[in-house]
Design a protein. Structure first.
Length: 328
């Protein structure tokens, strides 16, 4: 079990020890980090390399989703590194019931999404939209803490603000005042999107100053070296890696995959989705979402080559091309 050395409050004070097996976590990414992708990553890495992961967000609206949906998100396999279930909603009482159901089903962590920048999230006032209302953050987290009845930790994931970072301190204090066990902060605002010029580790450092709980830094980390650098420079306990793990799924170990290994990974991902009942169209769209970011093993030679992958209409054609690369 990985405990923060900087944690100042007693763990028993509504903040549970975290079950992660290393400081390096896979970020939740809707459209890619489903159970198949995560299982492949877990199989590829030792627990001391990849410390944990999260489901794609589950939108919570009006009713508690079925156990079947939670089960699908959590996946059939378990590994030493835990997979937290992530919810996106704004109704404390509904989220409390969802958290209770998730904990009863054995989800090892419940995470709340306060970072989704999508238009739909803004319309429904969920995800990043809630960052404009820090006073709503504590009750949402605490409802989930009540729901899990001390069985598992509840964590929160934020961006650094909506239009700007002026309210970041209020947002961090709202998490500090809650029973959350961990705060993950993406060091860009919603408005900044994925702008390469807007990466501001100072925001993570500010959160570190204000927060007496474990902290996870996130945003444009491209290697384990950079992740370690982030921990050292801003004092975070964990680093969450997103798109760089799609560019290179071996990122958590530093292994350099060959073209054959890279092709075999993508093939296996496609096969696994089909074996677990995915519609071929959905499997293809997930493979394409991953290929959008892919960098290792020369699967994508250049920008135009990426386009040819993305234009592929049939899963069979995608597979055929991969099979040829896996055999060369
Ligand atoms: C395709 C995609 C889907 C995402 N889906 C989610 C999600 O479901 N929940 C969430 O909290 N963040 C989501 N994010 C944000 C990432 O978890 C992460 O915070 C962001 O990509 C910054 O980290 P990175 O620069 O390492 O990618 C998503 C990001 C991408 C690129």
């Amino acid at each position: 079990m990985f405990h923060s050395s900087q944690s100042k409050i007693p763990w028993e004070d509504r903040t549970l020890p975290l079950p992660f097996t290393s400081p390096w976590l896979l970020a939740p990414m809707d459209g890619v980090t489903d159970a198949c992708f995560r299982d492949l990553l877990m199989e590829t890495h030792q627990p001391e390399n990849l410390g944990g992961a999260f489901t794609e967000f589950i939108r919570i609206h009006q009713v508690v989703p079925s156990e079947e949906l939670f089960r699908r998100h959590l996946g059939p396999k378990r590994f030493p590194s835990p997979v937290g279930i992530q919810f996106m909603g704004n109704d404390p009482s509904l989220l409390k019931d969802c958290a209770a159901q998730a904990a009863a089903m054995g989800a090892p962590v419940v995470d709340i999404n306060f970072g989704c920048p999508a238009r739909g999230a803004r319309k429904g006032c969920v995800g990043a939209a809630l960052l404009d209302y820090p006073e709503r953050i504590t009750p949402i987290i605490d409802a989930c803490v009540d729901g899990v009845e001390g069985k598992v930790p509840v964590t929160a994931k934020i961006r650094s603000g909506v239009e700007d970072d002026r309210r970041l301190a209020d947002i961090v204090r709202a998490v500090e005042d809650s029973g959350a066990s961990l705060l993950t902060i993406h060091c860009r605002t919603k408005k900044e999107g994925y702008d390469a010029d807007a990466i501001d580790w100072g925001r993570i450092a500010l959160a570190r100053k204000l927060l007496n709980k474990p902290l996870c830094g996130n945003g444009a980390v491209e290697s384990l070296g950079e992740a370690r650098d982030m921990c050292n420079k801003v004092g975070c306990d964990f680093v969450m890696i997103g798109r760089a793990a799609l560019a290179n799924p071996w990122i958590f170990s530093g292994y350099e995959a060959s073209t054959q290994e890279a092709a075999a990974f993508v093939l296996r991902y496609g096969d696994m989705m089909l074996e677990r009942g995915a519609h071929p169209k959905n499997a293809l769209s997930r493979l394409k979402q991953m290929i959008r970011f892919w960098e290792v093993g020369d699967l994508v030679a250049h920008k135009d080559d990426r386009k040819t992958w993305l234009k592929t209409k049939r899963l069979e054609d995608f597979h055929h091309r991969l099979q040829q690369m896996a055999q060369t």
